[in-house]
Design a binder for this molecule. Structure first.
Ligand SMILES: [Fe+2]
Length: 234
């Protein structure tokens, strides 16, 4: 059984090899890719079931006894197809650094404090309108040693699952007005400026909750002319 997926727009995605983004030099393939056809089992499951996702999983500020430090934010939007139709029942997962720019991960040992009230991982499933919503804190910038004085622009990692494990898309959401954006090769390696800017969320006054949280909107378009750039692993 062979399924043909819509052809991707290569102009939208970052190149495997972007020398300014140093680790791509080692990990980008030097030979043409070998296409391995998907099998039926890969295309049909298993899938994360609705039961596995709990009600509170989308609120990253309520996963511990106390409140995490930092600027509380709402991050929300729609998952859409190429015709702006909603994509319901999509598992959306996020992970991020805390307000000081530190991940809860052994590899991250840079001298910024961990927050005992913040893990930085959440998930939810889009509703019938393709809508998702997270409550979290704004992540800080962090150094990443890609080049001298390299700092990642503040970002939240996103993963979206389709109907099978092989249908997973991964991307990053940025914040408007971040002065680090022009200096972050992981952002600038997407050469198409319009596509690159689709990774920048919009400040959303309408979803801002008084005395509680600022709102940011981030719509994710899965394909087509307005598609959201996704990370591609060679
Ligand atoms: Fe990150």
């Amino acid at each position: 059984m062979t399924l043909i997926f819509p052809k991707e727009s290569l102009a939208v995605f970052p190149k495997h090899l972007s020398p300014d983004y140093r680790s791509t030099v080692k990990r980008s393939p030097s030979k043409p890719l070998i296409i391995v056809p998907h099998t039926l089992s890969e295309l049909t499951g298993p899938v994360y079931g609705h039961n596995a996702v709990q009600e509170g999983d989308a609120d990253l500020t309520k996963q511990h006894k106390g409140e995490p430090l930092g600027e509380r934010i709402i991050v929300h939007g729609h998952v859409l197809d190429e015709d702006k139709r909603p994509v319901p029942d999509t598992l959306v997962e996020i992970w991020q650094a805390n307000a000081c720019g530190r991940y809860v991960h052994n590899v991250d040992q840079h001298p910024a404090p961990l927050d005992p009230n913040f893990t930085g991982a959440g998930r939810t499933i889009t509703d019938k309108k393709g809508y998702y919503r997270f409550i979290t804190v704004k992540p800080g910038a962090y150094p990443w040693r890609n080049h001298p004085n390299a700092w990642r622009a503040a970002h939240i990692h996103f993963s979206l699952f389709g109907r099978a494990f092989t249908q997973r898309l991964v991307t990053q959401m940025y914040f408007p007005g971040d002065p680090l954006l022009p200096y972050d090769p992981m952002f600038t390696c997407i050469e198409n400026e319009a596509a690159r800017n689709r990774l920048v969320s919009a400040f959303d006054w309408e979803s801002t909750i008084p005395e509680q949280a600022l709102g940011y909107r981030f719509d994710i378009v899965l394909r087509g002319r307005e598609e959201t750039p996704m990370e591609k692993m060679p």
